[in-house]
Design a protein around this ligand. Structure first.
Ligand code: NAD
Length: 371
């Protein structure tokens, strides 16, 4: 495995993956259409993308471009996607086009004879919907959901039929998917399409269910993705981070540097195939806690604004059980959240960010997508 194609490789995770692979002796090609929401209008390949990368401007939905980009490649990382839970709920056709149809083009190229040694697709924790829960007796709850009535009443936690709170526990790969947004549906479609195609054409394939990835190069002016980038953008502009519900929802924040190491481990491990792996930090933090940590590191005394609203498609708690990635891949996260936030803040010092969060929230509200 020497020559690697990364679709969406000019983005946040893809560019770090390119660095990781180059550092380990691989040749890297990137296919990316420099989506304006991520890279700005009429963008060129971003400066952070290593000059050693062969950059190909192209769309993953363009069969000719994809087939050409795949020629001579030993493996493909498929990262190109429209990324954002909230936005996917009103940009349904564009999300489905990029994510579902784009992946079908890649798989069609494999079916048509583009031979590659491995296919690795970036899936997402969003496919789980709610994470795993146990009831007050410690028994696993197979499928937990919140009713619209309880959300309207501001009762955020998941409850038993008797109204007792369920306790969130780490979510393992065996949890039944519960697709709560168009984005989640498209990510599940991507992973299944790649796994089915991989099995049919004997291409070892793995899907990585990434949790909340954070780090340098995440698009700060994109108000739809990356909660830490969104908070950073608000704070850079001296605005309060806006938090849905009561801020106590828990997530798993994993450094992009740990994520790309996990991706390389999957590439290099012949046993990592025809399967899905959670890639997170294995720890959980309340969103409000993370907002306070970031403000502290950025030396901003700005408290978050707790909106007390629910956003359609959001879930309450989800954090990773990473034991499978640990045992199969030897993956151990090495960057603590606090250290990762310092690294992020150093990078923020050179960044200009347009804060588009309020306009994005307005879009959701005007369409009735917040309660
Ligand atoms: N960031 C996270 O926390 C996270 C979590 C779970 C999964 N993921 C997945 O990881 C992958 C990378 O995410 P990211 O955070 O780096 O996002 P990103 O937006 O920074 O990168 C995505 C890249 O894909 C490109 N792209 C979009 N549409 C394209 C198209 N039609 N053709 C070619 N390129 C296209 C964009 O220009 C961008 O460079 C995505 O598949 C995403 O769903 C990310």
């Amino acid at each position: 495995m020497q020559r690697i194609l990364i679709t969406g490789g000019a983005g946040f995770i893809g560019s770090h993956l390119a660095d990781e692979l180059l550092d380990h002796g691989y040749m890297v090609k990137v296919l990316d259409n420099l989506c304006p929401q991520v890279h700005g209008e009429n963008a060129k390949a971003p400066e952070y993308l290593s000059s050693e990368v062969e950059f190909v401007y192209g769309d993953v939905r363009d069969m000719t471009a994809v087939r050409k980009a795949m020629q001579g490649m030993d493996a493909v990382f498929h990262l190109a996607a429209s990324v954002g839970v909230g936005q996917s709920m009103y940009e349904i056709a564009p999300y489905t086009s990029t994510n579902n149809y784009g992946t079908s083009i890649l798989c069609q190229c494999i079916a048509d004879g583009c031979t590659i040694g491995k296919l690795i697709v970036a899936s997402s924790m969003s496919i789980y919907g709610e994470g795993s829960y146990v009831d007050p007796d410690g028994l696993t709850v197979p499928s937990a959901v919140r009713s619209a009535a309880q959300l309207r009443a501001g009762k955020w936690e998941l409850l038993t039929a008797e109204g007792k709170e369920l306790r969130p526990v780490p979510t393992a790969e065996g949890k039944q998917p519960d697709l709560a947004s168009i984005y989640a549906l498209s990510k599940y479609d991507q992973e299944r399409m790649c796994l089915i195609t991989g099995t049919a054409y004997n291409v070892p394939t793995a899907a990585l269910r990434l949790f909340n990835v954070f780090g340098t190069r995440q698009a700060l002016s994109n108000p739809y993705t990356g909660v830490l980038a969104i908070f950073a953008s608000r704070l850079l502009n001296d605005n309060a981070p806006m938090i849905y519900e009561d801020g106590r929802q828990r997530r798993d924040f994993v450094s992009v540097r740990d994520v790309v190491r996990a991706m390389r481990l999957v590439l290099e491990n012949p046993d990592a195939r025809d399967d899905v792996y959670n890639i997170g930090s294995g720890r959980s933090y309340a969103i409000v806690e993370v907002a306070a940590m970031l403000a502290g590191v950025m030396e901003k005394s700005i408290d978050p604004l707790i909106t007390g609203k629910y956003r359609v498609g959001d879930i309450r708690h989800c954090f990773a059980d990473i034991s499978k990635a640990q045992s199969v891949l030897g993956y151990t996260p090495s960057i603590a959240l606090a250290d990762g936030l310092y690294e992020l803040t150093e990078w923020l010092g050179d960044q200009i960010s347009v804060d588009r969060v309020e306009a994005a929230n307005q879009q959701l509200t005007s369409r009735g997508l917040t309660l």
